[in-house]
Write a protein that binds this ligand. Structure first.
Ligand code: GA4
Length: 361
């Protein structure tokens, strides 16, 4: 992964160096969304976390716990159904209920999931096969959650726009608030690993950072490591992940020697984990990099995660913002529509670095 310079590159005027995000929790930058110090400092912190890591933990984020608790209860009830009842909401095409199989090209993981479109009409349609007894109960809960999380996503994108010194700081958030936005909600349920494979308890529960060697193989300290969700970057603009207290998420970050290592992200049910997606990389001409991440499903308790993937409308034209293109930093990606990008991503495997296919020259 190319790591951009440590200060946001697009800012024209001279400003005080951004306060570094704190690194509580295993090298994962943390941004307190209500930290004292004012909006300027906060926006620079968000921009710095996205530029340096493409990833951060948002705490004190202002999303009320109610919608999340209600969604968790509804999805836990769904996953507790008998397999044939869950299958009524599948197979994912790509939306719906899925078990193990991910996408259309042979990727698989140790999980089951619900993948939903985030707009209310689509939620209502999907809910009919998810909560057959009372579909409107399920869609109300999903819409309430999506509304709250979309607001946080917009706030983060506005702060990012401000921190990067964009001419229009709302350039990113406008794309996801469009009524035709193609945003998704994914709920992943990773069953407890030890009940499936009966591996040694310690092997299953002790996951450490895994060093990636030159030939791309992982030095795996645990024989029990199983791929829950394989290595990939998120294709959209930004993703907001919230999970229960079970570890599993890992992000690929450079260590102090510049070597890429898988860093275990300590679980924090009260936080949102924010990922830069491929489209944000394209819009910023590569100044921000979409972080590669995966889930290793080795815990002895189920992991439940919910991810909001904020996307533009299908017809949106994705092109580097003019202020990101300079003599020293020529255009990296040809313009494309989100529809075109989606078509490409569904033709490829999960781990593919798909944005490379849009590189110029
Ligand atoms: C990865 C991020 C999101 O979970 C997702 C995934 C999608 C799917 O599960 O249908 C994809 C994957 C994701 C990228 C490549 C293609 C499409 C599976 C796959 C192999 C919902 C998304 O938008 O892209």
């Amino acid at each position: 992964m190319v790591v951009p310079s440590t200060t946001p590159v697009m800012r024209q005027e001279t400003v005080a160096p951004p306060p570094p995000p704190s690194h509580a929790g295993g090298g994962i930058p943390t941004v307190d969304m209500f930290a004292p110090g004012g909006r300027g400092a906060l926006s620079r912190q968000v921009a710095r976390a996205c530029s340096e890591h493409g990833f951060f933990r948002a705490v004190n984020h202002g999303v009320a716990p109610g919608p999340a608790a209600r969604l968790d209860a509804a999805t836990a009830a769904f996953f507790a159904l008998a397999p044939h009842d869950k299958q009524r909401a599948g197979p994912p095409s790509p939306l719906g209920y899925g078990c193990r199989s991910i996408g259309f090209n042979g990727d698989a993981g140790e999980l089951e999931y619900l993948l939903l479109h985030a707009n209310p009409a689509a939620v209502a349609h999907g809910a009919r096969s998810i909560d057959t007894a009372d579909p409107s109960r399920f869609s109300t809960v999903v819409n309430e959650y999506v509304g709250a999380v979309r607001q946080l996503a917009c706030e983060i994108l506005n702060l990012l726009g401000e921190g990067l010194g964009l001419k229009d700081p709302r350039s990113f958030s406008k794309l996801i608030t469009d009524t035709d936005s193609d945003s998704l909600l994914r709920i992943n349920h990773y069953p407890p690993a030890c009940t499936i494979h009966k591996l040694d308890h310690d092997d299953q529960c002790k996951m450490k950072s895994i060093v990636r060697t030159k030939n791309g193989n992982d030095v795996n300290p645990s024989a029990g490591a199983r791929i829950g969700f394989g290595e990939h970057s998120d294709p959209q603009i930004i993703s907001l992940l919230r999970a229960n207290d079970v570890n599993g998420l890992q992000v690929l970050l450079p260590n102090s020697d510049g070597k890429e290592v898988w860093v275990q992200v300590p679980a924090d049910p009260s936080a949102f984990f924010v990922n830069v997606g491929d489209l944000l990389q394209a819009l910023t001409n590569g100044k921000l990099v979409s972080v590669r991440h995966r889930v290793i499903a080795s815990a002895c308790r189920p992991r439940l995660s919910t991810i909001y993937f904020a996307a533009p409308p299908l017809h949106a034209r994705i092109s580097a913002l003019p202020e990101t293109i300079t003599a020293g930093s020529p255009r990296q990606y040809r313009p494309f529509t989100w529809a075109e990008y989606k078509k490409t991503m569904y033709s490829l495997r999960l781990s593919h670095s798909r944005l490379d296919l849009f590189q110029v020259g």
